[in-house]
Design a protein around this ligand. Sequence first.
Ligand code: NI
Ligand code: MN
Length: 229
Amino acid sequence: MKLTYYGHSCFGIEINGLNLLVDPFISGNPLASHIDVSTIPADFILISHGHQDHVLDVESIAKRTGAKLVSNFEVINWFAAKGLENGHSMNHGGGFDFDFGRVHYVSAIHSSSMPDGSYGGNPGGFVITPKGSRTSIYYSGDTALTYDMKLIGEQFDISLALLPIGDNYTMGITDAVRCSEFVGTSKIVGLHYNTFPPIQTDLELASRVFDQSGKDLILLEIGQTLDLS
Ligand code: NI
Ligand code: MN
């Protein structure tokens, strides 16, 4: 399994030869200007919520690759109306077995309007359990810290959590540490920082705070791939 960071909240996750792409926002991210969107592989595009900084490149990548979109009912319907009809809608608390493994759509405390202002359903996150694996990856999406995350820790063996650390719109550093405690993992990849002025983040401080809590905060370069196997 491989994890590639494309900036902001966007990751590619390769599982058994299938490529998942989560929350593609690349062409609008000056920090990711060296990433060529037209070469990013995708068999599935997971979308946590409707905000522009999570869906900007969905249309172009889905049209090129034919990837299946996975998100809440409203986000899937919005893209279907644009002609992207290869969608799979979910809602909170539900899980589904895809070819690469199982996805649970879990709750997030945030908002979710589409880029045109239309209703984007309720925002969520994903617990991804690769086929044949006993451990799971938690991608929280944009969210506040919430006690619901304790349930995730009880229901799943989380080996890695992909969490926002940028504050202002989402959890900041200290809440992300508590989130990783709630879900029961000490391995965290940080996201949703530095892209915009309100989420400029002191990354040295972030690393120190996680370290002091006995947690390993991984901050990937944009374009960097982490081998998780
Ligand atoms: Ni958002
Ligand atoms: Mn966001």
